[in-house]
Write a protein that binds this ligand. Sequence first.
Ligand code: FES
Length: 93
Amino acid sequence: MSPDEGPVEIVVCLGSSCFARGNSENLALINSHVQSHGLKAMVRMTGKLCQDECMQGPNLSIDGEVYHGVTPARLLGLLEQLGGPDRGQHGTS
Ligand code: FES
């Protein structure tokens, strides 16, 4: 993403099924990743209610692209692709 494209929009399903299946953990992971990578200005996170796709959960979307069965490891991979102010300096801690 380039700075002029606006913030990345991450929408997390907060329905009870997705939340119990892993979005509770995913939410915490997004928050900590955004903070530790200084991405606050380039990520906008919102929640949504159940979209009747519970069986495929936990579900979330990034810039309109919907992801199903999002494990923390997969989410981390997606978040790493966002880059950020410290791009290229990952893994130094
Ligand atoms: S709880 Fe997420 S789709 Fe139903």
